[in-house]
Structure formats: structure tokens, C-alpha cells
Design a protein around this ligand. Structure first.
Ligand SMILES: NC(=O)C1=CN([C@@H]2O[C@H](COP(=O)(O)OP(=O)(O)OC[C@H]3O[C@@H](n4cnc5c(N)ncnc54)[C@H](OP(=O)(O)O)[C@@H]3O)[C@@H](O)[C@H]2O)C=CC1
Ligand SMILES: CC(=O)N[C@@H](CCC(=O)OP(=O)(O)O)C(=O)O
Length: 345
């Protein structure tokens, strides 16, 4: 058994981590933190956890004690805060999995440009936490920068096509739609019921902070920098992301070539479900699970490939992915604690 703690357990991502970690057979959850609810039982803040845990929310000021009592610390704070925790723990043996963006970038100046905050922990011993692409590095990393939600759906949709050089990398467009839990638990006008219910809108056009994260991962696979257009949308549902990625196929690339690249790259991946050519992944078929479902279509008129991917933003897009990374970092079977059948309907 290993001991793990969660910094920021009262957010949606933190609460999803609690739920999954309580069911993990090789983990004991030892500490959970919140600044605004310290001293309260976690189950008072989240009644769905009533009777399942007696943990009391502590302040982050207890970090030295928490670190002494943890092998791993998950951080589920808004961006800009995790790097303070990472710095404070740099000389301790505790390993960190950050669900936010602070440790996702190789070049912290890119983070500073898109997130508009100074990066106070450059050159950190961190790796990008997207298991399907970076498993070896995750095994021994001190800090794992868990991949983001839209980014996971987008990167995994396009990775095989880029790695196998089937598409024109100047032609990539990603259109993604998210449920409102992606915006976190704090009330905001955009996620206020009368604003989002029975409505559907784009936001962050050409400016969304997931753009450089997708570009970083796809450029690494491409072996040269590439740029994309990424447009997120808010959908009136609580969880789920559906991403639709478009790219022009190189001349002479066939349907079979496309299918083979997906099978070659993901054939043995436990959480990537290849629904196949012509399939329509749906957020409802992955809800509550760590799966990413992929389907692809080829338009013979435009010679474009259109890849559809569906994830649960709080599971494969956050807490499930973080536990997948924990399993890799601990040498456990990657599916430990994550054999989650999607909730349907
Ligand atoms: N929601 C999602 O789908 C996903 C979220 N993420 C990432 O996970 C992280 C958390 O997101 P999410 O759970 O949605 O956010 P929430 O807004 O739901 O929760 C934020 C958490 O951070 C704590 N917090 C807020 N401000 C501070 C502060 N100044 N100092 C210390 N603690 C603070 C809150 O604790 P309290 O107010 O109780 O003190 C709460 O526990 C973010 O970095 C986000 O980008 C990643 C992928 C998907
Ligand atoms: C619907 C919604 O608002 N989504 C958030 C992204 C989710 C998130 O928390 O971002 P990370 O995955 O980078 O951690 C947004 O657009 O900012």
C-alpha cells in the first residue's frame, strides 16, 4: 500500500480523485486539503461521499506534515498554485501528480504567454502526464504534469496520423465541446444555469490555453513545430468532452492506412477504445470511465480525415488519468482501480 494525499480535494477534479482513490486497492488516502472548508468533514462538503470516508479537510499550511505522511501528492488547484507546492516539496522524497497546467510545458515561457502568470519553478523535474505517449518518462518522474481534458481528447485523436505522417500538419482544426464541470465548482456567470441551459456557444476562439499544450505534444510527434486551430464550446451537460479533429490526408493515403495507424498505435492500450471507421463516439458511452473512444471518417470529396473522440473530462481528462499515471509511477498494473464500466444511460 502507498499513502497518497490530495491538495484541493473540494474541487470537482479533487472530489473525483477521492471517489476513485477510495476504491483503489493499493492506495490509502491519508490527507485532503481545502482552504475555504478546513475543519469540515469531506462528506459534509460532498454528501455523495457520506459514510464512505471520515477524512477531515486540512489547510495547505499543514503541507510539511502531509508530505511526511505521503508517498504521492495529487494537486488539484487552479493553475499558478501547484508550482508553489512543487517548489516547497522539491527536496523531499514525495512524488507529485499535478492535475493543473503548471507542469505541462517543456518551455515555461510558453506557459507564461498563455496563462499570464510568471512561472516560478522553471526547469522542474517534471514530465508530461499523457500515458499513451509518455509512459517511460512517467515511470520515474518526480513531478507528473497530468495532461488536460480537451488536450487529452484532441492529442490522442490525432497522434497516430501525425506519427505515421498521413496528414498535412498545416491543415489541423479541432472543434471540441465540454460539459460545464470542466469549468470547476466555483460559480461563474458562464456556468450559471440560466446562462448555459438550452444554449450552446463557442469561447476562447484562437486564444484558448489548451492550444499550446496540443501543439507541444503534436509537434513532438511530428519532429517539427506545427500550429493548429482549436475552438472549445460549452455544452449544457455536466460531464463529457467530444472533440472533432479535421486534417487533410496526404495524396494516396487510403481508409485502410488510416485504420492501420490507429490499430498500430493503440491496439494494446487498455483505455483507448477503437470504435473504428464510421463510428460515432458519444460522451454517454464513456461517462464515469477512464476510456477514450475514437472513431474516424474519411470524406472522399475533400480527402480529409475527421476523427471523433469522447472522454469523461473528470476521469480520462483529469482524475482517472492521474491514477493511470500513479499506477505507472508505482509499477502497478495500469488499470488498477480504474476498471470502471461507463454509467449508462
Ligand atoms: N474540472 C475539470 O474537468 C478538469 C480540471 N483540471 C484541473 O484541475 C484543477 C482543479 O480544477 P477543478 O477541480 O475543476 O476546480 P474547482 O474550482 O472545482 O476547485 C478548485 C480547488 O482548488 C482550491 N483552491 C481554489 N483557490 C485556491 C487558492 N487560492 N489556494 C488554495 N486552494 C485553492 C479549492 O479549494 P477551497 O475553495 O475549498 O479552498 C478547490 O479545492 C485545475 O488546475 C484544472 O485546470 C484538469 C482537467 C479537467
Ligand atoms: C468547460 C471549461 O471551462 N473548461 C476549461 C478547461 C478545463 C480545465 O480545467 O483545464 P485543464 O484541463 O487545462 O486543467 C476551460 O476552458 O478553461
Amino acid at each position: 500500500m502507498i499513502k497518497v494525499s490530495i491538495i484541493g480535494a473540494t474541487g470537482y477534479a479533487g472530489a473525483e480523485l477521492v471517489k476513485l482513490l477510495l476504491q483503489h486497492p493499493k492506495v490509502t488516502l491519508t490527507h485532503v486539503t481545502s482552504e475555504s472548508h478546513q475543519g469540515l468533514a469531506l462528506s459534509e462538503v460532498y454528501p455523495h461521499l457520506f459514510g464512505l470516508t471520515n477524512l477531515i479537510l486540512e489547510s495547505l499550511q499543514n503541507l510539511p506534515t502531509i508530505a511526511n505522511d505521503s508517498d504521492f501528492i495529487f494537486i488539484a488547484l487552479p493553475h499558478g498554485h501547484a508550482m508553489k507546492v512543487g517548489l516547497a516539496l522539491q527536496d523531499t522524497p514525495v512524488r507529485i501528480i499535478d492535475l493543473g497546467a503548471d507542469y505541462r510545458f517543456n518551455d515555461t515561457t510558453i506557459y507564461e504567454t498563455w496563462y499570464h502568470v510568471p512561472h516560478t519553478h522553471p526547469n522542474a523535474p517534471s514530465v508530461y502526464g499523457l500515458a499513451e505517449l509518455n509512459r517511460e518518462a512517467i515511470k520515474t518522474a518526480k513531478i507528473i504534469g497530468n495532461a488536460g481534458c480537451y488536450t487529452t481528447a484532441s492529442i490522442l485523436a490525432l497522434a497516430p496520423l501525425i506519427q505515421h505522417k498521413l496528414i498535412d500538419t498545416n491543415s489541423i482544426i479541432i472543434d471540441a465541446k465540454s460539459g460545464t464541470s470542466g469549468a470547476g465548482r466555483s460559480p461563474k456567470q458562464d456556468t450559471h444555469y440560466p446562462e448555459f441551459y438550452d444554449a450552446f456557444k463557442a469561447y476562447g476562439v484562437a486564444t484558448h490555453r489548451h492550444t499550446p499544450e496540443i501543439e507541444q505534444a503534436l509537434s513532438d510527434l511530428n519532429g517539427a513545430p506545427l500550429l493548429i486551430n482549436f475552438t472549445p464550446h460549452l455544452v449544457p451537460m455536466s460531464r463529457g468532452i467530444l472533440a472533432t479533429a479535421y486534417a487533410t490526408l496526404h495524396a494516396k493515403v487510403t481508409d485502410d492506412d488510416v485504420t492501420k495507424t490507429f490499430e498500430t498505435m493503440y491496439g494494446k492500450e487498455p483505455f483507448v477504445r477503437l470504435r473504428g471507421e464510421g463510428a460515432y463516439p458519444n460522451t454517454k458511452y464513456v461517462r464515469g470511465s477512464n476510456f477514450i473512444d475514437l472513431g474516424w471518417h474519411i470524406d472522399p470529396r475533400t480527402h480529409r480525415v475527421i476523427v471523433l473522440s469522447a472522454i469523461d473530462n473528470l476521469v480520462k481528462g483529469a482524475a482517472g488519468q492521474a491514477i493511470q499515471n500513479l499506477n505507472i509511477a508505482c509499477g502497478y498494473e495500469e488499470t488498477t482501480g480504474l476498471q470502471l464500466v461507463p454509467m449508462y444511460p
